[in-house]
Write a protein that binds this ligand. Structure first.
Ligand code: ADP
Ligand code: MG
Ligand code: MG
Length: 252
Protein backbone atom coordinates (compact mmCIF):
# COMPACT_ATOMS: atom_id res chain seq x y z
CA UNK A 1 0.00 0.00 0.00
CA UNK A 2 1.13 3.55 -0.78
CA UNK A 3 2.86 5.64 1.85
CA UNK A 4 3.63 9.28 1.18
CA UNK A 5 5.50 11.18 3.83
CA UNK A 6 6.47 14.81 4.18
CA UNK A 7 8.76 15.77 7.06
CA UNK A 8 9.82 19.26 8.08
CA UNK A 9 9.40 20.60 4.56
CA UNK A 10 10.52 24.20 4.07
CA UNK A 11 10.33 26.03 0.78
CA UNK A 12 11.22 29.51 -0.41
CA UNK A 13 10.30 31.58 -3.43
CA UNK A 14 12.92 34.07 -4.50
CA UNK A 15 14.54 33.87 -1.09
CA UNK A 16 11.32 34.35 0.84
CA UNK A 17 10.38 31.41 3.06
CA UNK A 18 6.77 30.35 2.37
CA UNK A 19 6.62 26.82 3.79
CA UNK A 20 7.94 26.80 7.33
CA UNK A 21 8.07 23.12 8.16
CA UNK A 22 5.26 20.88 6.89
CA UNK A 23 4.72 17.39 8.32
CA UNK A 24 2.16 15.16 6.65
CA UNK A 25 1.71 11.42 6.19
CA UNK A 26 -0.72 10.08 3.61
CA UNK A 27 -1.37 6.36 3.53
CA UNK A 28 -2.87 4.35 0.68
CA UNK A 29 -6.64 4.74 0.44
CA UNK A 30 -6.60 7.95 2.46
CA UNK A 31 -8.00 11.31 1.44
CA UNK A 32 -6.47 14.32 3.19
CA UNK A 33 -7.82 17.82 2.72
CA UNK A 34 -5.78 20.96 3.29
CA UNK A 35 -7.78 24.09 3.90
CA UNK A 36 -6.59 27.56 4.66
CA UNK A 37 -6.93 31.25 3.91
CA UNK A 38 -5.53 32.64 0.66
CA UNK A 39 -1.80 33.18 0.49
CA UNK A 40 -0.88 30.69 3.20
CA UNK A 41 1.22 28.50 0.94
CA UNK A 42 -1.17 25.75 -0.18
CA UNK A 43 -0.28 26.00 -3.86
CA UNK A 44 3.36 26.43 -2.90
CA UNK A 45 3.20 23.06 -1.16
CA UNK A 46 1.74 21.47 -4.30
CA UNK A 47 4.36 23.04 -6.56
CA UNK A 48 7.25 22.19 -4.24
CA UNK A 49 6.12 18.56 -4.11
CA UNK A 50 6.01 18.40 -7.90
CA UNK A 51 9.50 19.90 -8.21
CA UNK A 52 8.62 23.25 -9.77
CA UNK A 53 11.99 25.02 -10.15
CA UNK A 54 10.73 28.31 -8.74
CA UNK A 55 9.98 26.74 -5.37
CA UNK A 56 13.28 26.01 -3.68
CA UNK A 57 13.21 23.34 -1.00
CA UNK A 58 15.51 24.45 1.79
CA UNK A 59 14.86 21.75 4.38
CA UNK A 60 12.97 18.54 5.07
CA UNK A 61 12.25 15.31 3.27
CA UNK A 62 9.55 13.85 1.03
CA UNK A 63 9.26 10.14 0.32
CA UNK A 64 6.90 8.02 -1.75
CA UNK A 65 7.03 4.36 -0.73
CA UNK A 66 10.41 5.00 0.83
CA UNK A 67 11.89 6.66 -2.26
CA UNK A 68 13.36 10.13 -1.96
CA UNK A 69 11.09 12.40 -4.01
CA UNK A 70 13.23 15.51 -3.58
CA UNK A 71 16.09 13.75 -5.37
CA UNK A 72 13.90 13.22 -8.42
CA UNK A 73 13.46 15.60 -11.35
CA UNK A 74 10.00 16.77 -12.41
CA UNK A 75 9.51 13.98 -14.97
CA UNK A 76 10.78 11.33 -12.58
CA UNK A 77 8.27 12.42 -9.96
CA UNK A 78 5.48 12.04 -12.48
CA UNK A 79 6.79 8.62 -13.47
CA UNK A 80 6.97 7.63 -9.81
CA UNK A 81 3.24 8.32 -9.60
CA UNK A 82 2.86 11.89 -8.35
CA UNK A 83 0.07 13.80 -10.05
CA UNK A 84 -0.98 17.41 -9.63
CA UNK A 85 -4.20 18.87 -10.96
CA UNK A 86 -3.36 22.52 -11.07
CA UNK A 87 -5.27 25.54 -9.90
CA UNK A 88 -4.47 27.26 -13.20
CA UNK A 89 -3.80 24.62 -15.89
CA UNK A 90 -1.75 25.98 -18.76
CA UNK A 91 -2.72 26.05 -22.41
CA UNK A 92 -0.49 24.40 -24.99
CA UNK A 93 -1.13 25.39 -28.58
CA UNK A 94 -0.30 22.79 -31.21
CA UNK A 95 -0.59 19.81 -28.87
CA UNK A 96 -3.93 18.07 -28.78
CA UNK A 97 -5.38 16.69 -25.61
CA UNK A 98 -5.05 13.14 -26.97
CA UNK A 99 -1.41 13.60 -28.05
CA UNK A 100 -0.51 15.09 -24.72
CA UNK A 101 -2.09 12.29 -22.73
CA UNK A 102 -0.71 9.50 -24.86
CA UNK A 103 2.84 10.80 -24.55
CA UNK A 104 2.36 11.28 -20.81
CA UNK A 105 1.17 7.68 -20.45
CA UNK A 106 3.99 6.32 -22.61
CA UNK A 107 6.59 8.37 -20.74
CA UNK A 108 5.58 6.36 -17.66
CA UNK A 109 6.03 3.03 -19.43
CA UNK A 110 9.05 0.99 -20.39
CA UNK A 111 10.26 1.29 -23.96
CA UNK A 112 8.58 -1.31 -26.13
CA UNK A 113 5.57 -1.42 -23.82
CA UNK A 114 3.77 1.68 -25.12
CA UNK A 115 -0.03 1.74 -25.05
CA UNK A 116 -1.55 0.89 -28.43
CA UNK A 117 -3.44 3.66 -30.18
CA UNK A 118 -6.68 1.67 -30.23
CA UNK A 119 -6.52 0.84 -26.54
CA UNK A 120 -5.64 4.41 -25.69
CA UNK A 121 -8.51 5.88 -27.72
CA UNK A 122 -10.98 3.43 -26.18
CA UNK A 123 -9.84 4.30 -22.67
CA UNK A 124 -9.90 8.00 -23.31
CA UNK A 125 -13.36 7.86 -24.86
CA UNK A 126 -14.63 5.86 -21.90
CA UNK A 127 -13.26 8.24 -19.31
CA UNK A 128 -14.49 11.28 -21.21
CA UNK A 129 -17.94 9.77 -21.21
CA UNK A 130 -17.79 9.26 -17.43
CA UNK A 131 -16.83 12.90 -17.06
CA UNK A 132 -19.59 13.96 -19.46
CA UNK A 133 -17.05 15.65 -21.71
CA UNK A 134 -17.77 16.44 -25.32
CA UNK A 135 -15.78 13.94 -27.51
CA UNK A 136 -14.39 16.84 -29.55
CA UNK A 137 -12.17 17.73 -26.58
CA UNK A 138 -10.00 14.79 -27.52
CA UNK A 139 -8.62 16.65 -30.52
CA UNK A 140 -8.70 20.19 -29.20
CA UNK A 141 -5.40 21.83 -28.30
CA UNK A 142 -4.62 21.31 -24.62
CA UNK A 143 -6.76 23.67 -22.57
CA UNK A 144 -6.88 26.24 -25.37
CA UNK A 145 -10.16 28.08 -25.20
CA UNK A 146 -11.45 25.67 -22.53
CA UNK A 147 -13.72 27.25 -19.95
CA UNK A 148 -12.67 27.11 -16.30
CA UNK A 149 -14.91 24.09 -15.71
CA UNK A 150 -13.72 22.31 -18.86
CA UNK A 151 -10.09 22.75 -17.78
CA UNK A 152 -10.85 21.22 -14.40
CA UNK A 153 -12.66 18.25 -15.93
CA UNK A 154 -9.70 17.80 -18.23
CA UNK A 155 -7.35 17.69 -15.24
CA UNK A 156 -9.51 14.92 -13.77
CA UNK A 157 -9.44 13.11 -17.12
CA UNK A 158 -5.63 13.21 -16.98
CA UNK A 159 -5.71 11.87 -13.42
CA UNK A 160 -7.93 8.96 -14.46
CA UNK A 161 -5.79 8.08 -17.45
CA UNK A 162 -2.45 8.31 -15.65
CA UNK A 163 -3.43 6.14 -12.68
CA UNK A 164 -1.20 7.95 -10.15
CA UNK A 165 -0.17 6.84 -6.65
CA UNK A 166 -0.47 10.23 -5.02
CA UNK A 167 -2.99 12.72 -6.35
CA UNK A 168 -2.81 16.40 -5.46
CA UNK A 169 -5.83 18.48 -6.43
CA UNK A 170 -5.26 22.21 -6.05
CA UNK A 171 -8.57 24.06 -5.87
CA UNK A 172 -10.15 21.74 -8.40
CA UNK A 173 -13.50 23.15 -7.23
CA UNK A 174 -12.83 26.75 -8.17
CA UNK A 175 -14.80 27.86 -11.19
CA UNK A 176 -17.03 24.78 -11.19
CA UNK A 177 -20.79 24.96 -11.20
CA UNK A 178 -22.64 22.44 -9.10
CA UNK A 179 -23.09 19.86 -11.89
CA UNK A 180 -19.44 19.98 -12.88
CA UNK A 181 -18.48 19.76 -9.22
CA UNK A 182 -20.54 16.59 -8.82
CA UNK A 183 -19.00 15.03 -11.94
CA UNK A 184 -15.47 15.89 -10.81
CA UNK A 185 -16.16 14.53 -7.32
CA UNK A 186 -17.59 11.29 -8.73
CA UNK A 187 -14.45 10.95 -10.84
CA UNK A 188 -12.28 11.35 -7.77
CA UNK A 189 -14.37 9.00 -5.65
CA UNK A 190 -14.20 6.33 -8.36
CA UNK A 191 -10.40 6.60 -8.19
CA UNK A 192 -10.18 6.04 -4.45
CA UNK A 193 -8.14 2.88 -3.95
CA UNK A 194 -5.92 1.15 -1.43
CA UNK A 195 -2.76 1.94 -3.35
CA UNK A 196 -3.55 5.60 -3.96
CA UNK A 197 -3.51 8.60 -1.65
CA UNK A 198 -5.16 11.98 -2.16
CA UNK A 199 -4.23 15.47 -1.04
CA UNK A 200 -7.09 17.81 -1.75
CA UNK A 201 -6.38 21.50 -1.42
CA UNK A 202 -9.45 23.65 -1.15
CA UNK A 203 -10.45 27.04 0.05
CA UNK A 204 -14.07 26.07 0.57
CA UNK A 205 -15.78 23.20 2.32
CA UNK A 206 -18.23 22.72 -0.57
CA UNK A 207 -16.11 20.13 -2.39
CA UNK A 208 -15.84 18.09 0.80
CA UNK A 209 -19.59 17.57 0.78
CA UNK A 210 -18.97 15.38 -2.26
CA UNK A 211 -15.58 13.91 -1.44
CA UNK A 212 -15.48 12.91 2.22
CA UNK A 213 -11.95 13.32 3.52
CA UNK A 214 -10.46 11.06 6.20
CA UNK A 215 -8.40 13.94 7.57
CA UNK A 216 -8.66 17.72 7.38
CA UNK A 217 -5.66 19.97 7.97
CA UNK A 218 -5.65 23.71 8.41
CA UNK A 219 -2.72 25.59 6.92
CA UNK A 220 -1.77 29.05 8.07
CA UNK A 221 1.36 31.06 7.41
CA UNK A 222 3.19 28.13 5.88
CA UNK A 223 2.41 25.59 8.60
CA UNK A 224 -0.22 22.97 9.32
CA UNK A 225 -1.63 24.38 12.52
CA UNK A 226 -4.54 22.06 13.16
CA UNK A 227 -5.73 18.62 12.04
CA UNK A 228 -8.98 16.76 12.52
CA UNK A 229 -11.71 14.87 10.72
CA UNK A 230 -14.44 16.04 8.34
CA UNK A 231 -16.16 17.93 11.17
CA UNK A 232 -13.25 20.39 11.17
CA UNK A 233 -14.08 21.41 7.60
CA UNK A 234 -17.69 21.98 8.57
CA UNK A 235 -16.71 24.21 11.46
CA UNK A 236 -14.41 26.23 9.18
CA UNK A 237 -17.24 26.69 6.72
CA UNK A 238 -19.61 27.85 9.44
CA UNK A 239 -17.22 30.01 11.44
CA UNK A 240 -14.32 30.94 9.16
CA UNK A 241 -10.69 30.84 10.26
CA UNK A 242 -10.60 33.42 13.06
CA UNK A 243 -11.34 30.95 15.85
CA UNK A 244 -8.35 28.86 14.80
CA UNK A 245 -6.13 31.93 14.98
CA UNK A 246 -7.50 32.83 18.40
CA UNK A 247 -7.16 29.30 19.70
CA UNK A 248 -3.54 29.14 18.61
CA UNK A 249 -2.63 32.74 19.29
CA UNK A 250 -1.74 33.44 15.65
CA UNK A 251 -1.36 37.13 14.83
CA UNK A 252 -1.34 38.32 11.23
P1 ADP B 1 -2.37 29.76 -1.39
O1 ADP B 1 -2.34 28.72 -2.43
O2 ADP B 1 -2.52 29.23 -0.01
O3 ADP B 1 -3.37 30.82 -1.69
P2 ADP B 1 0.28 30.39 -2.40
O4 ADP B 1 1.10 29.18 -2.15
O5 ADP B 1 -0.22 30.60 -3.79
O6 ADP B 1 -0.93 30.46 -1.36
O7 ADP B 1 1.11 31.66 -1.99
C1 ADP B 1 1.81 31.76 -0.77
C2 ADP B 1 2.69 32.99 -0.78
O8 ADP B 1 3.72 32.83 -1.74
C3 ADP B 1 1.95 34.27 -1.14
O9 ADP B 1 2.49 35.32 -0.38
C4 ADP B 1 2.29 34.43 -2.61
O10 ADP B 1 2.27 35.78 -2.98
C5 ADP B 1 3.68 33.86 -2.70
N1 ADP B 1 3.94 33.26 -4.00
C6 ADP B 1 3.37 32.13 -4.48
N2 ADP B 1 3.82 31.83 -5.72
C7 ADP B 1 4.70 32.80 -6.03
C8 ADP B 1 5.52 33.06 -7.17
N3 ADP B 1 5.54 32.24 -8.23
N4 ADP B 1 6.31 34.17 -7.14
C9 ADP B 1 6.33 34.98 -6.06
N5 ADP B 1 5.58 34.79 -4.96
C10 ADP B 1 4.78 33.72 -4.94
MG1 MG C 1 -4.97 31.05 -3.60
MG1 MG D 1 -3.48 28.39 -4.14
Amino acid sequence: STQFEIQGLKSSIEGKEILKGIDLKIGGGEVHAIMGPNGTGKSTLASALMGHPKYEVTDGSVTLNGEDVLEMGVDERARAGLFLAMQYPSEITGVTNADFLRSAINARREEGNEISLIKFVRQMEGKMKELEMNPEFMHRYLNEGFSGGEKKRNEILQMMMLDPKLVILDEIDSGLDIDALRIVAEGVNAMRAEDRGFLIITHYQRLLNYITPDFVHVMMQGRIVKSGGPELAQRLEAEGYDWVKEELGIVD
